[in-house]
Design a protein around this ligand. Sequence first.
Ligand code: TYD
Ligand code: MG
Length: 459
Amino acid sequence: MAKEKTVYTCTECGGASPRWLGKCPHCNAWNTLIESVADNASAPKNRYSQQFQSLAKACEVTALADIEATDMSRTPTGHEELDRVLGGGIVEGGVVLIGGDPGIGKSTLLLQALDSLERAGLNTLYVTGEESGAQVALRARRLGLDGSQVKVMAEIQLDKILATLEATRPAIAVIDSIQTVYSGQLTSAPGSVAQVRECAAHLTRAAKSSGVCIVLVGHVTKEGALAGPRVLEHMVDTVLYFEGDTHSSFRLVRAIKNRFGAVNEIGVFAMTEKGLKGVSNPSAIFLSQHSEPVPGSCVMVTLEGTRPLLVEIQALVDDGGPNPRRLSVGLDRDRLAMLLAVLHRHAGVACMDQDVFVNAVGGVRISEPAADLAVMLAITSSLRGKALPKGFLAFGEVGLAGEVRPAPRGQERLKEAAKLGFSVAVVPKANAPKKPIEGLTIHAVERIEQALDLMRSLQ
Ligand code: TYD
Ligand code: MG
């Protein structure tokens, strides 16, 4: 009997190599080749199609203006926070991929969404490959979804899932998870690169041809990226990530890619006894509750998608000895080193012999440079042991020359702060509003020295 042929497939790009290599020859990623059984079934098919390519008829081409493009109709899921990241609701024929750590609440949220849609009169299907029907039913009881009419199917065979989709024609189907689905056409195990790619491609095609909206649940790797081939993210219309601390009950759902809406939108949920509940005013979560202002704390407004969020930045500056440490949680550490240098050079605030710790409260990650000014003010406040005044906030990017640069959408940030009762703001000059905002005193600054002088005069 001939020895079964094996190939090595890259988990990043799906490229194949006949031998094991440390580096993928296709995408140059390291240590990504894994052994899988060679798939002979697909080879003759490709040769066949190549042979007859010349006989294929040319397709018609149409001018863009002549194509009738009606606006996509969206069906809200009834969960406002989820609809926000989806761009308004589910879209006919849309494919959504949702990833996140195990136990973060993917299955819970999707079950809740399906139940709301079913109650709104849509035909739904929940395909589970990880749990039995009884387990799903048990969860539904816990969620208080009594008398739920959501159709459940415990199945992992792709052909059966496709046949059921064809026969029952639901408006929305959830596949929990894509890593458990397998196609009999391939010899490799479920969850392998080839299987995930094949199954996702078939399901996407089914969605586009029949108009069913398909939601794929995806596992994530230890690094937090979606497991399986990278191409998965290209195949689907929308990619959502579940984020959150396992220690806190808050969960963020972030849109990484959305062909039907804005990216970087976030939805905020709280995990409760009765499942996930949307949080309509998330700014309150990220502010720690001090009754009186404390040194080393400065509030900023960050922008998550189109949504302004108030976040408290905390800093602790302490005697550090010969090798002082610089640590940051939720903020970029290299940027912190840079800001300390700017603070020293342009504002005369020296932290050379001090440990500096910076933290964004509530487990948020801030990647935008608009946090610079708040970080520097928090550090200075901690170093001097003097608190910033009550109702104070600051935002703005600080450059290497000590200049304070504007942040995008300054007006919206300031309006959100005023809404939450903040009264004093230090902002870049270009962000100063033309019309005064009620309840908010705005100080516009051009340089970091100016901001620090202002801060001292307010303390
Ligand atoms: P689950 O949706 O199963 O996570 P995933 O599908 O992403 O792996 O979430 C399970 C977690 O949520 C589990 O740790 C228990 C918790 N949970 C609640 O706190 N309240 C609830 O009502 C439910 C159903 C789950
Ligand atoms: Mg699950």
